[in-house]
Design a protein around this ligand. Structure first.
Ligand code: ADP
Length: 446
């Protein structure tokens, strides 16, 4: 019922334009007083439809008494409106004594088609309106036959049979529109159910992740802390044969913690819960900080780490903490996939109006057309059981999302067995000092 009234209200000007044009045209050729009297009644029913539409909007669909009242009002209004239109058209038919009933029949056909197309939401109301139009069709058909009592071979009978045929056509087309509407309703219901199921699944996922965060991450942190204390000999010497087991336990606990951190990060980014605190950042300083923090890991692996700063100003807008996370991911991957005694080079440079930070390694390289696996979730190029380096396959996916939240770009060039260069590109900030009110992270350009 609400759908019916909403559409009726939406189409008011389309209907009014047709009614007015038809009335104006008819008034020019036939008796204008009776024509405009009918037109007046139609306008009145339109106003009533608007009032009913407003009342239906306010109705919450629960009160059955109000629902029944609205239904009765719609039925009465439809009957009055269809009768006024029918009288208007029948009036033209009566006044037209020569040249057939082309005008009246076409008006009636248009009104019927309009109803068939737009009133499928309430089948009883559609039937009511079409029945009144149907009677009018038959009235016009019989009018000519009664008026002239022609022989069966006369064109007047041809017109009569054509009208009956058109009546069937309108009935058929109404049924088609009605079935189409019901099908759409069914689809919408299915979509709504699907949407509710997805929403429920997402809620379960959030619930699960928050449980993971509190029930797993917190005790895991204390396990790692305790294992490190044991490992470092803080709690006293440990027997030699215990050491490998404790080291394995520490390493695996860290891996588990990394996986949980990645999962939580991903969840937060996808739920839009991460707020990016954008500030002007010197790309040289950013890269330097990341290189310094990972240099211990690099020397442990025996890989040399080199940095080439940008000579000119290279400020970008970014969230310092998140961009350090990006750099850490690119650097740890470059180190992870480097060969022994390899070299990793970080370069900061201006490329046209952008600042590019790239991390180059001479490691395993990436096969062609592997972008989806490199940046996908939980995906790795070598996902076999024999893969040498650990990882979750989430790092670059998170990195990409962080980079894209900065309106920046991430990409790579790579050749198997030769090495890879991953790069991120940001819009260069022309004048970092001009950034009103945010100067917290501005460092002097080296
Ligand atoms: P992971 O935790 O496995 O490192 P990432 O999302 O960081 O997950 O990387 C996804 C995959 O992309 C890696 O498993 C690896 O196959 C490939 N990859 C990323 N960086 C490099 C690199 N510098 N050299 C070679 N392969 C890389």
């Amino acid at each position: 019922m609400k759908d019916y009234l909403t559409l009726a209200n939406e189409l008011i000007w389309q209907r009014q334009t047709s009614f007015f044009t038809a009335a104006f045209l008819a008034a020019f050729y036939f008796d204008p007083v009776s024509i405009f009297a009918c037109y007046g009644i139609v306008v009145l029913t339109e106003i009533l439809d608007q009032i009913l539409g407003a009342r239906a909007k306010a109705w919450d669909g629960k009160d059955p008494v109000l629902g029944r009242k609205l239904l009765t009002a719609i039925a009465i209004n439809t009957a009055v409106s269809a009768l006024a239109i029918s009288v208007f058209i029948a009036n033209i038919a009566v006044q037209q004594t020569t040249g057939g009933q082309f005008t009246s029949l076409f008006f009636l056909f248009s009104a019927s088609l309009f109803a068939a197309m737009h009133n499928s939401q309430m089948i009883s109301i559609l039937i009511l309106r079409l029945s009144i139009y149907g009677i009018t069709f038959l009235f016009i058909a019989f009018l000519e036959v009664v008026r002239y009592a022609p022989p069966i071979t006369s064109p007047i009978w041809l017109q009569f049979f054509t009208i009956v045929f058109v009546l069937f056509f309108i009935g058929d087309i109404s049924a088609k529109f009605y079935r189409g509407y019901q099908e759409r309703l069914k689809q919408m219901k299915l979509m709504e159910e699907e949407h509710n199921r997805t929403k429920a699944a997402l809620e379960v996922k959030s619930q699960f992740l928050s449980t993971v965060s509190h029930e797993l991450r917190t005790p895991l942190t204390s396990i790692i802390g305790s294992l490190e204390l044991v490992n470092n000999g803080v709690l006293g010497d440990i027997p030699q044969n215990f050491k490998p087991v404790i080291e394995i336990a520490t390493k695996n606990s860290r891996r588990l913690a990394n996986l949980i951190d990645d999962l939580l990060d991903l969840q937060k980014i996808e739920a839009g819960e991460i707020r990016f605190n954008l500030q002007p950042i010197c790309a040289n300083d950013l890269a330097r900080e990341a290189v310094d923090s990972i240099s211990g890991y690099a020397s442990m692996l025996g890989i040399s780490l080199e940095m080439q700063s940008c000579k000119d100003e290279c400020y970008i807008m970014g969230d310092q903490k998140r961009l350090i996370q990006v750099m850490n991911n690119l650097l740890s991957n470059a180190l992870k996939f480097s060969k022994e005694n390899g070299a990793v080079k970080v370069r900061v440079e201006n490329v046209a109006s952008r600042v590019r930070i790239s991390v180059e390694d001479k490691g395993t390289g990436i096969p062609e057309n592997a972008e989806e696996r490199v940046f996908g979730k939980f995906s790795q190029i070598d996902s076999s059981d024999v893969r040498k380096v650990g990882g979750t396959g989430l790092g670059l996916n998170i990195t990409k999302q962080i980079v894209e939240h900065h309106d920046a770009r991430i990409g790579y060039v790579s050749a198997l067995g030769v090495g890879s260069t991953f790069y991120v590109e940001f819009d260069r900030l022309e004048d970092a000092d001009d950034t009103d009110g945010i100067s917290g992270n501005v460092s002097e350009v080296a």
